[in-house]
Design a protein around this ligand. Structure first.
Ligand code: SAH
Ligand code: AVI
Length: 324
């Protein structure tokens, strides 16, 4: 058996059903009701997210792919030789593949994701395509403490956090995440991070409420997942997808609105919904380049470089761990 056949080994316990149940019960007991967006990504949700990335309205993926293709070599030159690239929320690994091709300094790749099937499949495919690369996947929730695989302890490490997934955190959570990443990656580390930019409200709203209804399906899949995994009886036809840009808070908000007054059973408990009441399922914060730089500076990082696409819709920042 090839050494990389062990790649699917878990370094931490998986995110179990029990924490899912606890988070769902806590979120639907809170006012306003809310659910954590990390639970979007079961197998069906991960596939729906991949469909979102192909939508004409969803510009972030196309813009970031263009930036990585054009400037990947510049990013690679910031990395020391024999670097281990640690990707937070690796998904399809499509973006990492561009960076790997452009940065020969990378000799190990650590994809981290909460979505177990996607992680295992993508890691295996990546290793097949790059047999010289050490591929060491970690199934973990990156908002909680977890350990990097021991083989990369002795290597310089770089972080990769594309997709503007940082925008799904509240700004104070984004700051905590950046501090945690700096500690984990260590002295001298570089973080390549994708950050979606503030832009025309029409463009933003369309990206999260597409004409084909794929984002609506992605949002509603959260209720389908709760039905599947937590013995719940959400009637998906009685909830509708809402997505809008909140200009004051500089974020897209996604909600699921109950079309009628109703009760829903989850894990033997009953939750009541007023007509029009929403579950807040996701925020996607948008930044100006300067405001993200300020957030990074206040969170243990020094901005080194930033690239944007030709429309100025999306940015990729290179940050270096600040010296103390
Ligand atoms: N990086 C990819 C995927 C972005 S989608 C891209 O840029 O296209 C967000 C990814 O992060 C998904 O693969 C999802 O499963 C993962 N993810 C979301 N929250 C997570 C968490 N708390 N811990 C680990 N992975 C998470
Ligand atoms: C993963 N994350 C950055 C996506 C975003 O744009 O906030 C998730 C998403 N939600 C709806 N569409 C895409």
């Amino acid at each position: 058996m090839a050494p990389q056949a062990q790649i699917a080994r878990r370094f931490e316990p998986s995110v179990g059903e029990s924490s899912f149940a606890c988070d769902v019960i806590a979120g639907l007991t809170a006012r306003p009701k809310r659910l954590p967006p990390k639970y979007f990504y079961d197998e069906a949700g991960s596939q729906l997210f991949e469909q979102i990335t192909e939508l004409p309205e969803y510009y972030p993926t196309r813009c970031e792919l263009a930036i990585l293709s054009e400037h990947g070599a510049d990013m690679g030159r910031l990395l020391p030789s024999d670097t281990a690239l640690v990707e937070f929320g690796s998904g399809s690994t499509r973006k990492a593949r561009i960076l790997l091709a452009a940065a020969p300094a990378i000799t190990a790749y650590v994809p981290i994701d909460i979505s177990s099937e996607m992680l295992a499949n993508e890691a295996a495919a990546l290793w097949r395509d790059h047999p010289q690369l050490a591929v060491l996947p970690v199934e973990a929730d990156f908002t909680r403490p977890f350990r990097l695989p021991p083989p990369v302890a002795a290597q310089p490490r770089a972080g990769f956090f594309p997709g503007s997934t940082i925008g799904n955190f509240e700004p104070h959570e984004a700051s905590a995440f950046l501090r945690h990443a700096a500690r984990m990656l260590g002295r001298g580390a570089i973080l390549i991070i994708g950050v979606d930019l503030i832009k025309d409200v029409g463009v933003l709203n369309a990206a999260y409420d597409d004409a084909a209804g794929v984002t609506a399906k992605f949002n509603l899949n959260l209720l389908a997942r709760i039905n599947r995994e937590l013995e719940a009886d959400f009637d998906l036809d009685t909830f509708s997808h809402q997505a809008f840009y909140n200009t004051e808070r500089r974020r897209i908000e996604m909600h699921l609105a109950s079309r009628k007054r109703q009760n829903v059973r989850i894990c033997g408990r009953v939750f009541d919904f007023r007509a029009g009441e929403t579950i807040h399922t996701e925020n996607s914060y948008k930044y100006a380049i300067e405001s993200f730089g300020a957030l990074a500076r206040g969170s243990g990082w020094t901005p080194r470089a930033v690239w944007t696409d030709e429309k100025g819709y999306f940015s990729v920042h290179a940050l270096a761990v600040a010296d103390h």
